[in-house]
Design a protein around this ligand. Structure first.
Ligand SMILES: NC(=O)c1ccc[n+]([C@@H]2O[C@H](COP(=O)([O-])OP(=O)(O)OC[C@H]3O[C@@H](n4cnc5c(N)ncnc54)[C@H](O)[C@@H]3O)[C@@H](O)[C@H]2O)c1
Length: 251
């Protein structure tokens, strides 16, 4: 089953980073025009220059004006919007909830929840101007199987899952809204979480021990699932929050 996004217009937030950049390449390989959006301008521009039909847009997903401009730029550059991937998100440094400060919690809510609200709010009218479209949100398996130390991050991803399922009922049948729930993957996320450049061996061993498929997720695992949920082959799927977790959530 080959997924085609020929001439489709796809916006991906956080696209200079791990999951976002591999997802952007996968959409480009499948024929899409890609809007590479990130707060990291240099990273977004570098990736966009490597893709056959892409532009880079600097976006802070916590800012409504920036997200509105992102969608408008996609429409003016490529004539419309077909797929919106709300991928940008960050963990807080591993910490007990009782030790977190309010500023950290507000930032988590802004980057991980307000961002998805804004991405959905401004994408839906643009998708409808095309007649139909798809939103894919990046949540986390940690919303369903939380570990200690990431409680507020996990709660933000729980909000993304609930937003996905609720919005799916509001905007069907012309717009589908799905999510993916990845398990840990060794992207820039790990540095944000631990402060270390790579996942410490002890932590990897501990995490992998709870994953029946005996490895962490790769960005390609996530990209494959995003493309499937966005594709015509998934045309009857909405409100689906797909566990891309190697079986982590089974037990
Ligand atoms: N890597 C994991 O283990 C994992 C697991 C489950 C879910 N996720 C989720 O996957 C998504 C992508 O994470 P990743 O692993 O690729 O991390 P990453 O750190 O490699 O990439 C995140 C990207 O988001 C961008 N970003 C951060 N704040 C932003 C803002 N305010 N506006 C716009 N862009 C911003 C960063 O510049 C970066 O390019 C996130 O939502 C994350 O919560 C990651």
């Amino acid at each position: 089953m080959e997924l085609s996004f020929k001439d489709k217009v796809v916006v991906i937030t956080g696209a200079a980073g791990g999951f976002g950049s591999v997802t952007a390449r996968a959409f480009a390989d499948a024929g899409a025009h890609v809007v590479v959006s990130d707060i990291n301008t240099a990273g977004a521009e570098k990736l966009a220059a490597e893709l056959p039909s892409a532009i880079a847009v600097t976006t802070d997903v916590t800012e409504e004006d920036a997200v509105r401009d992102l969608i408008a730029t996609a429409e003016s550059a490529f004539g419309g919007l077909d797929v919106m991937v709300n991928n940008a998100g960050v963990p807080h440094r591993s910490s007990a909830l009782v030790d977190l400060d309010v500023e950290t919690v507000d930032q988590q809510l802004a980057v991980n929840v307000r961002s998805v609200f804004l991405g959905c709010k401004h994408a839906v009218p643009a998708l409808r101007r095309r007649g139909r479209g798809v939103i894919v949100n990046i949540a986390s398996i940690a919303a369903k199987r939380p570990r200690p130390g990431l409680t507020i991050y996990n709660a933000t991803k729980g909000a993304v899952i609930t937003m996905t399922r609720g919005l799916a009922t509001e905007v069907a049948p012309d717009v589908r809204v799905n999510a993916v729930n990845p398990v840990i993957s060794e992207t820039g996320f790990v540095k944000s979480l631990t402060g270390a450049d790579a996942l410490p061996d002890e932590l990897r061993t501990n995490w992998v021990s709870g994953i029946p498929m005996a490895r962490t997720a790769t960005p390609q695992d996530v990209a494959n699932s995003v493309l499937f949920l966005a594709s015509d082959q998934a045309g009857f799927l909405t409100g689906v929050c797909l566990d891309v977790d190697g079986g982590r959530s089974i037990q």
